[in-house]
Design a protein around this ligand. Structure first.
Ligand code: PA5
Length: 426
């Protein structure tokens, strides 16, 4: 389903040489004995997820779908990125879906929030607010503004049919508010952290409302859970990837650039950046996750990658079959001199650009390239890919003695901001 090609990775050590270490850490992951083990619910989530709640997601999505000319998803970080990554990857950026999804609660930008409010003024809106803690300021503030908007537009009673809260099962301001107002609620499990939560109602509710087949997402997740539950480095591409990253960092590469050749994967790259960055960037360790969309960014970042300081390696996510394709038309006069491509598929051109770039970066530029291949950008592939990266993240972090499931550093800006905002201390 997913393959890792290290042919262009310029590895100076073999991946297999890490087999003993991987054997040991594989047990740590699947027996949940490592740091952060309270947050490893994702490991067997494909088996253990609440089936009744899943059925309720489908039911609620079905019920609100026709009311949602616009679906507003209010959340940030792990309560935002996964759903957006999934919807864009699976549906593309200009699909024929009549429903529009807008993400909010992920910024303090007054212009952004004001423009969203104006944009949805005359549209039929359904709102899914998502916050595990229920107290995240960006989300809570936007939700206050949106609640006022929704109550004015629909009245409190109708809001019960149009506002869905995804939050902790018992704790937090959002849970209390949702119960008081009678909103439909879905649970974020205690033992799955934000950046691992796209496979829970956090991601599944918005996906289902947008018409994504979430059963296929869970099938992909499940099949990855089965296929990747092996320590054998010859059989587990997620662990191969985890090890290759460590070898490359040992060779001096402290930046990893996630590269896709499909604009609909740009948000997947953002999701991946959070997953790796927040999991690994601690104790002065870790690889800085960065991303680029090629060939677009070959006309900007390409110069640095090719000839700049040798700080980065690339991880390319290659898609075998695009969601759509078209053929290059013929031009009798060939006035644009493009007839050498007549009859070729656009995707073939894209693939040749990828091939040529890997060669340029690896051979001429000396930049290591890891290539991960997925068959397509559909639901099943998304579910599979989530598990692949969760597992790879756990392994690659444990390899350098990092807890992959906490994020102590993100609290510091909040403390300063609360002081400046004059937030009352209890
Ligand atoms: O990965 C994480 O834990 C964070 O990115 C959180 O998801 C993010 O801060 C949002 O938190 P919450 O869902 O509590 O509003």
């Amino acid at each position: 389903m997913m393959k890792l090609d290290t042919t262009h990775a310029l590895l100076k050590q073999s991946i297999e040489s890490y087999q003993d270490k991987v054997n040991q850490l594989h047990k740590v992951i699947f027996e949940r004995t490592g740091a952060g083990n309270d947050y490893m619910g994702w490991v067997d989530w494909a088996d253990t997820y609440d089936k009744a709640e899943f059925a309720r997601i489908l039911e609620v999505a079905n019920k609100v779908k026709d009311k949602a000319e616009v679906l507003l998803v209010c959340g940030i970080g792990g309560s935002y990125l996964g759903a957006r990554a999934a919807i864009e990857m699976i549906q593309g950026l200009y699909s024929d879906n009549k429903r529009e999804v807008i993400f909010i609660g992920n910024t303090f930008s007054s212009t952004y929030v004001s423009q969203v409010l104006k944009h949805i003024q005359d549209k039929s809106v359904v709102l899914n607010v998502i916050s595990k803690s229920g107290t995240t300021t960006e989300t809570a503030l936007a939700f206050r503004v949106l609640r006022e908007f929704m109550e004015k537009k629909y009245g409190k009673q109708e809001c019960k049919e149009r506002i869905i809260a995804t939050t902790d099962k018992a704790r937090g301001t959002l849970k209390a508010l949702a119960d008081k107002e009678g909103y439909e609620t879905f649970v974020i499990p205690d033992d799955i952290g934000g950046r691992y939560s796209v496979i829970t109602p956090v991601g599944l509710v918005p996906m289902a409302i947008m018409g994504i087949d979430i059963q296929q997402v869970m099938k992909g997740l499940h099949d990855a859970y089965v296929a990747l539950n092996t320590a054998d480095l010859n059989k587990n591409p997620a662990y191969q990837y985890a090890v290759a990253r460590r070898i490359l960092q040992n060779q001096g590469y402290d930046v990893e650039m996630f590269v896709a050749y499909e604009p609909q994967l740009a948000m997947l790259a953002e999701w991946w950046k959070q997953l790796l960055g927040e999991s690994e960037g601690k104790d002065g360790k870790g690889i800085l996750p960065d991303s680029a969309n090629f060939s677009t960014d070959l006309h900007s970042l390409g110069q640095f990658i090719q000839e700049g300081k040798k700080v980065l390696f690339e991880t390319i996510l290659e898609v075998e079959t695009p969601t759509e394709d078209l053929l290059v038309p013929n031009d009798e006069e060939n006035s644009d001199q493009m007839n050498y491509l007549t009859g070729k598929s656009y995707d073939w051109v894209n693939k040749m650009a990828c091939k040529g770039t890997i060669e340029a970066h690896e051979v001429t530029g000396g930049v290591p390239n890891l290539v991960i291949t997925i068959p397509d950008m559909k639901e099943y592939a998304f579910g599979y890919l989530c598990y692949f990266f969760f597992l790879a993240t756990a392994m690659t972090c444990y390899m350098i003695d990092i807890n992959p499931f906490n994020q102590p550093g993100v609290e510091i800006y909040k403390k300063n901001m609360f002081r400046l905002l004059g937030k009352p201390t209890k």
